[in-house]
Design a protein around this ligand. Structure first.
Ligand SMILES: [Zn+2]
Length: 382
């Protein structure tokens, strides 16, 4: 229990203030103190904030921010579950080697026994803040990554200063917001601890006495993880800065998913088009079969008509040859037969039944040969 805060009147005042309850029942809660952030380089290897440094001003802005804004206590930065507790006090203290720490005190329900036991026994002893910087300058050239936040994921400023290389890091000079303090399995520093009684400074007489005496208390510190706000691109729903490999995978996944959607849509439309084409082919086939059947019938009809005409023409031709004394051409074409008939200048009425020639200068009409007369009669029935 050495870590639990013994609530002083100052603590109680602060808790009543953030809870908005002047009759707060302190027997229901348990409080702890931690170092939430520091001006020391942040050690968080998977993040572009590795090596980043917050200024003392940043820490003081966080402290001031708490006075009028809620800062919740979460577990593992999980914003999808309800808060576990609340930060009620934060202040900036001088640390060793000219650094500064932001100490933050939080409380949670006394009924959270499982969590409390883990904190009491140091199974859980690290915390991490969720804060958004207003500026994140390149340490080499003063380029502000917040003007082009996507560059954080490439870890390189427009002047090709690579974060994490040759000491290049981010300088966090101004806070935009601070939303949460989270209990984490492993914070940004191996030395991080929720503070034991001897190291607590917020609202305690001990620290003030030590500080007044000029002795620098040996304080445990925590390098807090700095997270981006959810509105920034390429952050996960919790607003944490994602590992670049994960970002790349997420980007690839997104790209593949969208490509997949496009392909699926194309496949669906191709299938529809294919089905339409198949239907059209079937319809055309049916039409073609019907058309060819009709054509065959038409051809047959035409053939029959032609045979009738050929028989008629041949008979007329033969009669003409006989009548005009012309030599019959074997297998005469219809053109030859018509020419012969024209040439014969047959005067039909003048040709007697026996086929006797009428003198060419006679004006009387030749007689119609029996076959022709029959055919003519057949063609023009009265
Ligand atoms: Zn730079």
């Amino acid at each position: 229990m050495a870590k639990r805060l013994e609530l002083t009147e100052k603590h109680k005042e602060a808790i009543r203030a953030v809870a908005g309850d002047p009759d707060m029942d302190f027997s229901k809660i348990v409080a702890f103190e931690s170092v939430a952030a520091s001006t020391r380089p942040i050690s968080q290897r998977s993040s572009p904030y590795n090596g980043a440094q917050m200024t003392e001003a940043y820490l003081r802005q966080m402290s001031a921010h708490l006075k009028s804004n809620p800062v919740t206590l979460q577990v593992m930065h999980d914003d999808y579950t309800l808060p576990t507790g609340r930060v009620f006090m934060a202040d900036v203290f001088a640390a060793e080697a000219g650094h500064w720490d932001l100490n933050a005190a939080f409380y949670l329900l006394a009924t959270e026994t499982a969590l409390l036991e883990k904190i009491d026994t140091s199974i859980i002893d690290e915390v991490s803040v969720g804060t958004l910087p207003k500026h994140a300058f390149c340490s080499q050239c003063e380029f502000d990554y917040m003007t082009e936040p996507y560059r954080l994921y490439y870890r390189e400023c427009p002047n090709e200063h690579e974060l994490g290389k040759d000491g290049v890091h981010l300088r966090l000079t101004e806070m935009s917001t601070w939303t949460e303090l989270s209990l984490v399995n492993r914070g940004a520093s191996s030395k991080a601890k929720i503070l034991g009684a001897a190291k607590q400074r917020l609202g305690t007489e001990t620290y003030q006495r030590l500080a007044a005496s000029g002795a620098e208390p040996d304080l445990a510190f925590l390098f807090s993880a700095v997270t981006l706000a959810p509105q920034k691109p390429e952050t996960n729903p919790k607003g944490d800065v994602m590992d670049p490999t994960l970002l790349e995978l997420a980007a690839t996944k997104g790209r593949l998913e969208s490509e997949n959607k496009t392909l699926a849509a194309e496949l669906t439309s191709s299938k529809a088009a294919l089905e339409t084409a198949n239907t059209q082919i079937t319809e055309l086939n049916t039409k073609l079969v019907a058309a060819s059947t009709a054509t065959v019938q038409e051809v047959e009809t035409l053939k029959a008509s032609q045979a009738t005409f050929t028989t008629f023409l041949t008979a007329q031709y033969k009669s003409a040859c006989v009548a005009a004394n012309l030599t019959e051409i074997p297998n005469a074409t219809p053109e030859q037969m018509i020419a012969a008939i024209d040439e014969a200048k047959i005067v039909l009425a003048a040709v007697p039944r026996g086929g006797v020639t009428k003198p060419a200068d006679s004006n009387e009409p030749a007689a119609v040969p029996a076959q022709l007369a029959q055919a003519a009669h057949y063609k023009s029935p009265r």
